[in-house]
Each structure stands twice: as structure tokens, then as C-alpha cells.
Write a new protein. Structure first.
Length: 278
């Protein structure tokens, strides 16, 4: 069974390439074995037709929230229109499509969002991802996975916290809640989902926690005695609004795929022990 990973160089894509047998990945790098730039819609369908995969996992997106706010056309092209072409090609070759989405499709007014809650994005990143979901779900043989705060060996919140504190700096956290998950946990869950061939929408995330508490736990677990952590209501330097509580309810994922989601402390230990990066 051939699984096509769109975005193999990203944090999730690279993890999926490591754990899924017979995976083939696309890259934006010109000299890669399978070059694909989602801004070039013509090449999307050509690439999928050529590979004719059994499964497609779209792990590529523009995820910089502020960048999306100021580059709406580009965000729409990659996060929305590209998904339309992926779904169209998947329907032609008969691939099972998994599209990765985000907790930012919600406005953050209540938190603990389930799959049945109605999205209401408050920034353009969330809107572009929501439109991408609609395009993916227009194809019957598809699944949208919403996740939150994915972290691992590449640039992300835990690494920023650890490096800033160890240098004696100040970590500033927005007063907000989410449900971060280690990228390896997410990748293993996706592999299990592929074997079960689920459809519709499913939330795959970690436990609810505030960014301030997450940063504090990182400092404690790693025994860092330098730097400080402060919290502010809303950072004025941010261009796009952020939801106050975008945490996801993952009970459906726990029940259906029977995957044991690790807690926050276990995720921090995975960073330190398995990857030795912080």
C-alpha cells in the first residue's frame, strides 16, 4: 500500500515518513525526488495521478497565523484551494484522503470543542483551514483530523520556552488554553487511523492546558533555574486575533482508535529523552 505524504519536510510529515511503510513524500525543494509546490495547482493533480497512492495525508499548510493575516491570497491558495485539487485527484485515482486541520477553526469562546461543535474562526488562518476542510470533505472517501499545538524536534513552543529560559530570557505567554500534542503521538494515531479507515472529522489532541502552565511545567521538568515566565492578556505585537480557549475534546479518538494519549509531562520527557534536544 502506497501512502503519499504531502509535506514530508514538515514536523508531522517527517515523522510520518519515519513510521509508515511504503510512504512517499512530496517536498517544496526543487531538487527533491518528488517536488510539489501547493501554490502551483496544476502540479498537484499531475503529481497525485503519477503516484496513484492508496492513501494521501495532506500535512502541508501555511501555519504562521500572522503571516496568513497579511498574505490572505497565499493562505487561501495553499490552505484551501490546494485541498480542492488534492481531493479532486484523490477521487480520480481512488485514494483515501486524510487532511490535517487545526483547533483554530473555533473562536475559543468555550473550549473543549467536539467534532459536532460549529466552527467560527476569528483569524484568516482559521478561516482558510476551515475552507480546506470543506473541500476535503466534499470527497466521500476522506477524513479531517483537527489537532492542536503540535510540538516535537522542530521550532515550536516547548523548544522556544526551553531555549529562552536557559539563556536567562523572559518567556511571555498569552493568556489562552489549547491541547498540545507531541508530533510522534499524532503520527502514531494517524497510522492507526489509516488502518481503520475512518471518515468525517476526528479530533486528535493532547490534554487541555494554558500556555503559561505548559511553560511552567517545561521549566520544572527540565530543572531550569534561569529566566522567568510572564503572562499577558493579549500581545499587542500580534497581527491576528487568537482564540482564548481552542482546546479540543479527543474522547471520540480515544474511543474509536483506542490510542493512549500521553500527558503533558510524558510529552516533555519524549523531547528530552528520545530526541535530546532540550
Amino acid at each position: 500500500m502506497i501512502t503519499l505524504i504531502i509535506g514530508k519536510d514538515g514536523q508531522l510529515g517527517s515523522e510520518l515518513m519515519n513510521i509508515i511503510d511504503d510512504a512517499i513524500g512530496t517536498s517544496r525543494r526543487e531538487k527533491s525526488d518528488l517536488h510539489l509546490d501547493l501554490r502551483n495547482t496544476n502540479s498537484i493533480e499531475d503529481t497525485i495521478m503519477k503516484v496513484s497512492p492508496d492513501v494521501i495525508v495532506n500535512a502541508a499548510a501555511i501555519t504562521d497565523v500572522d503571516y496568513c493575516e497579511t498574505h490572505a491570497d497565499e493562505a487561501y491558495g495553499v490552505n484551501s484551494i490546494a485541498v480542492k485539487h488534492i481531493a479532486r485527484a484523490a477521487s480520480v485515482v481512488g485514494s483515501y484522503l486524510i487532511h490535517i486541520s487545526t483547533d483554530y477553526v473555533f473562536d475559543g469562546s468555550k473550549g473543549n470543542y467536539s467534532e459536532s461543535d460549529i466552527p467560527n474562526p476569528i483569524n484568516y488562518y482559521g478561516l482558510s483551514k476551515l475552507m480546506g476542510e470543506a473541500f476535503a470533505l466534499s470527497y466521500d472517501d476522506s477524513l479531517v483530523i483537527r489537532t492542536s499545538g503540535v510540538y516535537g524536534v522542530k521550532t515550536n513552543f516547548p523548544l522556544y520556552v526551553a531555549k529562552t529560559l536557559r539563556s536567562g530570557g523572559t518567556v511571555t505567554c498569552i493568556d489562552s488554553y489549547y491541547s498540545p500534542i507531541h508530533v510522534r503521538q499524532l503520527a502514531f494515531a494517524i497510522r492507526e487511523i489509516i488502518s481503520r479507515r475512518l471518515y468525517g472529522i476526528i479530533h486528535v489532541s493532547g490534554p487541555r492546558i494554558s500556555r503559561f502552565d505548559f511553560a511552567t511545567r517545561i521549566k520544572e521538568r527540565l530543572g531550569i533555574d534561569r529566566g522567568r515566565i510572564i503572562m499577558e492578556g493579549e500581545r499587542k505585537t500580534l497581527l491576528a486575533k487568537r482564540p482564548y480557549d481552542s482546546s479540543l475534546n479527543n474522547e471520540r479518538a480515544k474511543r474509536i482508535i483506542k490510542y493512549q494519549f500521553e500527558d503533558i509531562d510524558a510529552g516533555i520527557e519524549m523531547l528530552r529523552e528520545k530526541y535530546e534536544v532540550i
